[in-house]
Design a binder for this molecule. Structure first.
Ligand code: GLY
Length: 302
């Protein structure tokens, strides 16, 4: 038996000072929700889904309601989830009508022979699976509109909000990972990033561990970030060293920033980011650990 861990991130980006408290509150709440699912007998996949759903509901994060907007002013959501026991995965992209793409991705994993469905097909699938559609306007916040206005003025994604994710190992060493995003502010209509892609945004393998990525999507997918971290662990790095090496490697090579959270199948934790901030939180051994600034590591009793 190993000590179970639920580790979440709220995106690697330049979180403004005014959002720091709300962001930390959000990742702590999500990690607790995931851990409670594990404690009450849920699977690693159940815990990932529950934690990510809570971040999708929280408008301080770029996922679900509060997602960054594309050039047409729409929230267009993407997500992926993977189960480490058998590598089964579900991914969705170009989602405009459902507030919880992580749950839709899980249905792709469980109910289809496919791994990845996008756009109109994903919408039809969601309807068939009984998901309630919501008006697009319910996903769009004033802060996201303001972020898009800033992008259109400056022409750069600069401080664009980014992505949420969760990695879990249960007491039997089964791992799972999930990632959810609205992508980058001012993205082209039809642009797809790293977050819904296995090996880039998400990876989970019981033989090694689980990863969720965040940051500049085009760089993450060129670098195959999530699977690069897994490969480093396969050759002997612990979760922290693998995360640090690959995040720094991606930033050195592609000159763009990002972050990742990692858990090994033994319960070792790793997280790293080259952005100004990344909110993260994990629960392990009845303690809650969290932070947002570089080298910050705070701890509370659970
Ligand atoms: N990392 C999220 C995106 O670039 O789409």
């Amino acid at each position: 038996m190993i000590e179970p861990v639920v580790l979440v991130h709220g995106g690697a980006w330049g979180v403004p000072d005014a959002w720091v408290d709300k962001t930390i509150e959000g990742v702590k709440s999500a990690a607790r929700i995931g851990y409670d699912v594990l404690k009450s007998g849920g699977s690693a996949l159940d815990a990932v889904e529950a934690a990510v759903r809570s971040l999708e509901d929280d408008e301080y994060f770029n996922a679900g309601r509060g997602a960054s907007l594309n050039l047409a002013g729409e929230a267009v959501l993407e997500s992926s989830i993977q189960r480490g026991s058998d590598l089964e995965a579900g991914c969705v992209t170009l989602i405009k009508d459902f507030p919880h793409p992580i749950s839709l991705a899980r249905k792709v994993l469980e109910e289809t022979p496919h791994a990845f469905i996008g756009g109109e097909g994903a919408k039809q699938f969601g309807i068939e699976q009984g998901f309630d559609m919501v008006p697009q306007s319910s996903l769009v916040t004033n802060a996201a509109k303001e972020e898009l206005r800033e992008f259109l003025k400056s022409g750069s994604i600069g401080n664009s909000a980014d992505t949420v994710g969760c990695v879990v190992v249960d007491c039997n060493g089964h791992v799972a990972a999930g990632t959810s995003t609205g992508g980058t502010a001012g993205k082209y209509v039809g642009r797809i990033g790293d977050a819904p892609q296995i090996g880039n945004g998400t990876y989970a393998d019981d033989f090694v561990g689980a990863v969720s990525s965040t940051g500049h999507g085009e760089s993450i997918l060129k670098f195959s970030l999530a699977h690069s971290i897994i490969k480093q662990m396969e050759v002997g790095d612990n979760a922290q060293d693998a995360a640090t090496k690959c995040i720094n490697g991606m930033t050195d090579r592609l000159k763009n920033t990002g972050g990742a959270i990692v858990v090994s199948n033994k319960g070792d934790v790793g997280f790293s980011f080259t952005t100004n901030r990344m909110s993260w939180c994990y629960v392990k051994a009845e303690e809650i650990h969290y932070g947002i600034d570089p080298n910050q590591h705070l701890k509370d009793a659970y």
